[in-house]
Design a protein around this ligand. Sequence first.
Ligand SMILES: [Zn+2]
Ligand SMILES: [Zn+2]
Length: 100
Amino acid sequence: MTQPRSAPMPAALRAGRTAPHPARAIRCTHCGAAEGARCTTRSGRITKTKPCPARLTAHAIAVAVCPTCQVLPGTECRTPDGRQHDIHPARLTEAEGTAA
Ligand SMILES: [Zn+2]
Ligand SMILES: [Zn+2]
């Protein structure tokens, strides 16, 4: 009897579902979740695993260099129209992989 060769478990994927999101390292200015805590809805319920967009943005600004406009961590994105609460999507992606 030969054992079928089993593919390795996608551990990274599974861990990704339970590991705290890196954006949780900072306080959420949108819903007020403390550092390390999950974001909540207005009614106080724990939401999805994904933090509020505002928190993701703030975290990305704090930790990631923007691949698009090259600003350093702590600096908001330079956007042509001057809107600063929108950051380049690539920066969010960059921050997701950055453990703070
Ligand atoms: Zn939040
Ligand atoms: Zn940018």
